[in-house]
Design a protein around this ligand. Structure first.
Ligand code: C5P
Length: 405
């Protein structure tokens, strides 16, 4: 399911101080199973050595000398033709101008010309160079030809100025690479709605009632769905986690807000994966001003929140594309019995029952232990595993449910 596995990625590095960050990109891609062919322009070579790239990719890093003196007389054609993806990171203003006009004065520029795969370009330059009309027109030209432009970001620039022109963060570029390589997967054109995190119910402007959900399992599911080529909408409460690249994110706080966001988006969806830990109760009254402490006790009256999945079950026939609704049961006791009754009551296509009493599994952990339960009474018990791995298995089941319909 890893969209990077065995993919041939040509990583082009041009003359910019951000070239040192290309080593991180090359290293991460290689660790994820991609075959990375680094190609440096003469400018790129001034900022980072081919040896560095060779060391992190385990493969020869090409330079212009290979074009004229290499054993292969068509290095540029081979590099261009055999790539699943070309990534130019960093892309200088000069290099962008060259590829916008089809010039081929370096091995890298020739390989881009010879390639017939998607090209990602991560510009990196001084702010004024980036904003210059010539650069802007060149970038617009590339976009017209379906080159994907990532960034640049704003921040501190090598000139000492602060402005737009910094190469995007390597993690963002890696996200864009993973996303691009996953398109065309088995869930292509399928729309998946994932919820994540614990809702927050306000007591007053300062205090909330929430639960211990970290959002990790939901974010991992969103990533696994993206990896299969799906279009993913992630409805989440604020977490410290990086949003999976390519997902459409909607931030919410309370159960009510989550419910509204779900129903606003549900009409187009093929699957709803309700991984969020929705608070079951909220204060009957949410005070406008901060409640002062005066030494006496404070009694809170709580009322039940809306059960979102029950509401979805009631209106299910209105949502004709919705083929799979998946819930979670996080229980500290009688796991399977409780999960079975929720599966029936909420009319789910599958419930993921996870035991939160285990030392290594549950809320803040990176691991989870779960069983999948289905309406026909069948059950799949799984061992303790990473939340990423569990997310892949959940998506495998959802794919089967969607295909069956
Ligand atoms: O809280 P409970 O154990 O009932 O949660 C089971 C499933 O129902 C979960 O998938 C959760 O996201 C969902 N749920 C919901 N609305 C609530 C509470 C839970 O949709 N108010």
């Amino acid at each position: 399911m890893n969209p990077l596995k065995d993919k041939k990625i040509l990583l082009g590095i041009t003359g910019s101080i951000a070239a040192y960050k290309a080593a991180e990109i090359a290293s991460s891609l290689t660790k994820s199973g991609a075959i990375v062919n680094a190609v440096l322009t003469p400018g790129g070579e001034k900022f980072i050595t081919p040896l560095t790239l060779h060391s992190v990719t385990g493969r020869h890093a090409s330079v212009d000398k290979d074009l004229w003196e290499g054993e292969q007389h068509v290095t540029h054609i081979e590099l261009g033709h055999n790539s699943d993806l070309i990534v130019i990171a960093p892309a200088s203003a000069d290099f962008i101008a060259k590829i916008a006009h089809g010039l081929g004065d370096s091995l890298l520029a020739l390989a881009v010309l010879a390639g017939h795969c998607p090209v990602l370009v991560a510009p990196a330059m001084d702010g004024n160079m980036y904003l210059n009309q010539a650069t802007q027109e060149n970038i617009a030209q590339l976009m017209k030809r379906n080159f994907q432009i990532i960034g640049p970001a704003s921040g501190h620039l090598a000139s000492g100025l602060v402005g737009v022109g910094r190469m995007s963060d390597p993690q963002e570029i890696l996200g864009a690479i993973r996303y691009t390589l996953s398109r065309g997967g088995i869930l292509e054109n399928k729309k998946i709605l994932v919820t994540a995190g614990g809702t927050q119910e306000a007591i007053d402007p300062v205090r909330i009632i929430t639960n211990r959900s970290s959002g990790k399992q939901g974010y991992a599911i969103a990533q696994a769905a993206l990896d299969l080529g799906a279009d993913v909408t992630l409805i989440t409460t604020a977490t410290t986690l990086a949003v999976p690249y390519g997902s459409k994110v909607i931030y919410v706080k309370s159960a009510k807000e989550m419910q509204n966001a779900i129903f606003e988006n549900l009409m187009d969806m093929n699957a709803l994966i309700m991984c969020a830990a929705v608070a079951d109760f909220r204060p009957e009254v949410s005070e406008k001003e901060k409640i002062k402490k005066d030494g006496s006790e404070l009694l809170l009256r709580l009322e039940p929140t809306e059960d979102i999945l029950l509401e979805v079950a009631k209106k299910r026939n209105e949502y004709t594309k919705l083929n799979a609704v998946i819930g979670f049961a996080a229980e500290s006791e009688n796991l399977i019995k409780n999960a079975e009754s929720k599966l029936k009551k909420k009319k789910l296509d599958m419930i993921v029952a996870n035991d939160i009493s285990g030392k290594e599994s549950g809320f803040e952990s990176d691991k989870n232990q779960a069983s999948f339960l289905f309406p026909d009474g069948s059950k799949r018990d799984l061992p303790l595993m990473g939340k990423d791995q569990l997310a892949e298995l959940i998506m495998e089941e959802i794919n089967k449910i969607i295909i069956k319909q």
